[in-house]
Design a protein around this ligand. Structure first.
Ligand SMILES: [Zn+2]
Length: 172
């Protein structure tokens, strides 16, 4: 990130939250908010949040896959059962964000190639958009509503994608 860590800590926090929200959803975010700095079991998290143990576990493993959480196994001396003690890894957030940003840029660039290398036709009634080959196969008639398919300029779409890519590159 190019932001100053101290001065814009709030912004960074917002970006992290937006990223987390996309990854684990609103319930997941509530789970993350309830993980204390010291470790906690999945059962205890389910108790505190009132969210089902299944969802808590799914969220924790999703975070684990992205290296945003880690766990330790411990055997309960009384029951002999294994308990999992979970912890968040805040130090890995920047890295996770960086690879997510790179993934987005790759996807946008693929989309941009697609837009640049095709000619588009759209239904005049707004049903859908088709590439030239599809449109010519149906004699430029919409397969959904029989309306006519008309040439559609897409340079604005390309411009928008280009701007998004530039913006994301600044974030890296
Ligand atoms: Zn149509």
């Amino acid at each position: 990130m190019m932001f100053g860590r101290e001065s814009l800590a709030g912004v960074e926090d917002l970006i992290h939250r937006a990223y987390l929200n996309k990854l684990v959803g609103e319930e997941g975010l509530r789970i993350v908010d309830n993980i204390p700095e010291e470790e906690i079991t999945d059962e205890r998290l389910a108790e505190i949040t009132g969210i089902s143990l299944n969802t808590v576990r799914r969220t924790l493993y999703l975070l684990y896959e992205h290296r945003l959480a880690k766990y330790k196994r411990k055997r309960d001396p009384d029951s002999g059962w294994l308990t999992y003690l979970w912890k968040i890894c805040p130090e890995n957030f920047d890295k996770a964000l960086e690879s997510e940003t790179k993934r987005l840029i790759r996807k946008l660039e693929e989309r941009m190639d697609y837009e640049k290398s095709n000619i588009f036709y759209a239904c005049s009634e707004g049903c859908a958009r088709f590439v030239f080959d599809e449109a010519s196969e149906t004699d430029f008639i919409c397969p959904f509503c029989q309306g006519s398919l008309e040439y559609m300029e897409n340079s604005k779409v390309v411009d928008t994608i280009e701007k998004q890519v530039k913006y994301l590159e600044i974030c890296l």
